[in-house]
Design a protein around this ligand. Structure first.
Ligand SMILES: NC(=O)c1ccc[n+]([C@@H]2O[C@H](COP(=O)([O-])OP(=O)(O)OC[C@H]3O[C@@H](n4cnc5c(N)ncnc54)[C@H](OP(=O)(O)O)[C@@H]3O)[C@@H](O)[C@H]2O)c1
Length: 290
């Protein structure tokens, strides 16, 4: 929805969660300003009727323009060594303009990790708590939408993300977004840290079974050790910090924190979506074209 008087700023509004926050707020006729990384992306969104601005986390002028008149912020930064610098820039502006609520996209935090996503999210949560701005922190489980990155493998009938035995309550980013919308627009979420999970704990074989069932052909999960998986990542030309981050995530035998969907059900008054439903909704991305 285009509104010059938007009080809500969505950072990374083209990202896996941000795009759905934007769409769901628009569906509720709640004005919001979409902050995206480039003018091309802002102009594409404006053509759809969205109120979009460039919000480059490294560019102070874009940050101060994007925050003008803003009272609530959905805060997303990419998991990387830049996260600290990006968030310091955004938090400084949020304080300057008097933002009254931050809803922060965080992840599961393994206290034993010394590198990677757990460390970046742990530090981010601390910074937000210390900012003095009322917050809601959403610790999302592994997103189902990450599986788009395995689509080429799934089309060929076999995929992997490390040891098959690891069970994950994968969550659909559309449900993450619905929780963000609730935290931004409803009472009762200030000062809360929510563990958000999908409805089922699925090991690799169960994930593959969901694809097989919906696609009507056999999709297998390839059981590989964490070490072998990290070895494969190194051959993909990823930067070392990203290999280390994925390495830390894949090496932990379990996802840390609460794994039930009780919290998200309490917030949304419904069950979150299943992996089967996600595959049905995005069948074309995983189907082999003839
Ligand atoms: N992926 C998961 O399974 C998962 C689960 C739980 C929590 N999380 C947390 O969610 C956060 C984001 O994760 P993600 O990377 O998977 O999600 P994402 O939101 O899909 O991707 C990151 C977004 O940041 C934008 N961005 C990057 N650099 C930017 C800059 N300098 N200025 C403005 N925008 C910039 C990217 O835009 P462009 O593409 O246009 O550059 C992209 O939209 C991380 O903190 C992560 O720990 C992720």
């Amino acid at each position: 929805m285009t509104k010059e008087n938007s009080k809500i700023l969505i950072s990374a509004a083209g990202g896996k969660v941000g795009q759905h926050v934007l769409a769901q707020l628009a569906a509720k006729n709640i004005p919001a300003r979409a902050g995206v990384h480039s003018e091309d992306k802002a102009s594409a969104l404006r053509k759809t009727g969205a109120g979009a601005v460039v919000l480059d986390f490294e560019n102070p002028a874009s940050i101060s323009a994007a925050f003008k008149g803003i009272e609530k912020l959905f805060l997303v930064t990419p998991g990387s060594p830049e996260q600290r610098r990006f968030e310091e820039n955004l938090l400084a502006e949020a304080k300057k303009v008097g933002v009254k609520r931050i809803v922060k996209l965080s992840g599961k935090i393994d206290e034993a990790d010394t590198v990677g996503f757990s460390v970046w999210n742990r530090e981010a949560e601390k910074r937000i708590k210390e900012s003095g701005i009322p917050y809601t922190i959403l610790r999302g489980n592994f997103f189902m939408q990450n599986l788009f990155g395995s689509a080429a493998q799934i089309k060929q009938g076999v995929f992997t993300a490390g040891p098959a035995a690891k069970r994950i309550a994968l969550i659909d980013t559309r449900d993450m977004a619905a929780t963000v919308v609730a935290a931004l627009t409803e009472e009762g979420h200030a000062g809360k840290v929510y563990d958000l999970n999908g409805p089922e704990l699925l090991d690799g074989y169960a994930q593959a079974a969901a694809f097989s069932k919906v696609l009507g052909r056999t999709v297998k999960y390839l059981d590989v050790s964490a070490e072998a998986f990290i070895g494969q990542l190194k051959t993909f030309g990823l930067p070392p910090w990203l290999v280390d981050a994925f390495g830390a995530a894949v090496s932990s035998p379990e996802i840390p924190g609460d794994q039930s969907s009780a919290t998200i059900e309490h917030i949304l008054h419904r069950k979150p979506g299943t992996l089967e439903q996600f595959v049905k909704d995005h069948r074309a991305a995983f189907e082999v074209s003839l």
